[in-house]
Structure formats: structure tokens, C-alpha cells
Design a protein around this ligand. Structure first.
Ligand code: ATP
Ligand code: MG
Length: 191
């Protein structure tokens, strides 16, 4: 599951847990992006903080792991590179890529889009406020799954922190503590 995870929240975790159960996955690898090429906002939290928050949020689940590949590659992050690297590292694994409805909608604009579907089976999950559709996507390589609806976004979490509102119960407790300890999202402008 790729994402900016700025910060990781319970919407991400519930989606991952549901897909893991329904598709009987051995492992869910969370891959925080290096520099997301489609996000224009310049104030993304440093990769190390996004990585650490992802580790904190997933530490208690034995099937959840976090990979640094996109952060360590440097430059813009393209999912095609992520999948190629994972496939090369684990040639015997069947790869699944978990994505929310909003991201799935844009997938044909991603770099080398047709090749993505050779490398992984895509699982699109429902997300409040977005239509889950796979128009124009190869249906033998894409599944759509309804997951428990959590109307949480990282954008909203950042805004809440900036406004002094709580993010308890939207993100895991350890992530709240990490945000507070390092004063993340406190001093930014605009979004
Ligand atoms: P931002 O508001 O900064 O874009 P976000 O909440 O959308 O953050 P991302 O890191 O952009 O989080 O998302 C990573 C992946 O998780 C995407 O595929 C996205 O669609 C999915 N996702 C995020 N939030 C949810 C949610 N509440 N329910 C289902 N899927 C989600
Ligand atoms: Mg997003």
C-alpha cells in the first residue's frame, strides 16, 4: 500500500486490514512516498517523520511492515518503480496494490500505467466522498472492495493540528504523540 502517510490514519489501517483479510495476504507492506509527483503542496512533512509515523502505526500488527524503498530511491516517486523493485526483491510473491477510490480514479495518468497491471493485482477500496469505479482498467487485474467507511484524510488531520483541534482516535495514539513531540503540522501555511 503506497501513500504519502502525512500522517498515516485509521482510514489507511482499516483499508489495509480489510484487504489483507479478504485476499488472505501474508503481509501488507506500507510504502511511504519519497516525493509524490502529483502533490503540488510544498510543505509535506520530511520523509523520515512520515516513515516513523508509519512504523509506529503498524508496529503492533505482525502482518504489517514498512518499506523505505521509495524514500531511499530519491527523486519523485512513481508506483511503477516501487512495484518493479518489490517484484525484483521478491520474485516468488504475488503482488497486490491497495488503493483508495480517489487514487484508483487517477491511475491511468500514472507513469507507465499499462505496465502497472502486469506487476500487481490492484485492489480499489471504497472511500467516503468518492465513487469506486474501474472504468477503462483491465478487470482481470483489478478488484473493487467495500471497506468500513472512515471519513478521515491526512489533509483534514493536518488542518486539525494546525487549528489546535484533536486528532486523537483519527490516528493511532503513538502517531498523535509523535506529531506533538516533533511539533509537526503546527506552523505551516495554506494547504
Ligand atoms: P491527503 O489528504 O494528504 O491526500 P490521504 O488521507 O488521501 O492524504 P494518502 O497518503 O494520500 O492519504 O493515501 C494513501 C492511500 O490510502 C490512497 O490510495 C488513498 O486513496 C487511500 N486512503 C486514504 N484515506 C482513506 C480512507 N479514509 N479510506 C480508504 N482509503 C483511504
Ligand atoms: Mg490522498
Amino acid at each position: 500500500m503506497g501513500g504519502t502517510f502525512d500522517p498515516i490514519h485509521h482510514g489507511h489501517l482499516v483499508a489495509a486490514s480489510e484487504v489483507a483479510a479478504r485476499f488472505d495476504l501474508d503481509e501488507v507492506v506500507f510504502v511511504p512516498t519519497g516525493r509524490p509527483w502529483q502533490k503540488s503542496r510544498g510543505d509535506i512533512a520530511p520523509p523520515e517523520h512520515r516513515y516513523l509515523m508509519t512504523v509506529i502505526a503498524t508496529a503492533s500488527n505482525p502482518r504489517f511492515t514498512v518499506s523505505r524503498i521509495d524514500i531511499d530511491r530519491g527523486g519523485f516517486t512513481y508506483t511503477i518503480d516501487t512495484l518493479r523493485e518489490l517484484a525484483e526483491a521478491q520474485p516468488d510473491s504475488d503482488l497486490f496494490f491497495i488503493t483508495g477510490a480517489d487514487a484508483l480514479e487517477k491511475i491511468l495518468t500514472w507513469k507507465d500505467a499499462p505496465d502497472l497491471f502486469h506487476l500487481a493485482h490492484f485492489v480499489g477500496v471504497t472511500r467516503p466522498g468518492h465513487q469506486l469505479r474501474a472504468d477503462g482498467l483491465p478487470m482481470d487485474r483489478v478488484s473493487l472492495l467495500e471497506v468500513p467507511a472512515l471519513s478521515i484524510s491526512s489533509t483534514d488531520c493536518r488542518r486539525r493540528v494546525r487549528s489546535g483541534l484533536p486528532v486523537w482516535y483519527l490516528v493511532p495514539d503513538g502517531v498523535v504523540q509523535h506529531i506533538t513531540k516533533h511539533r509537526l503540522y503546527a506552523g505551516g501555511v495554506g494547504d
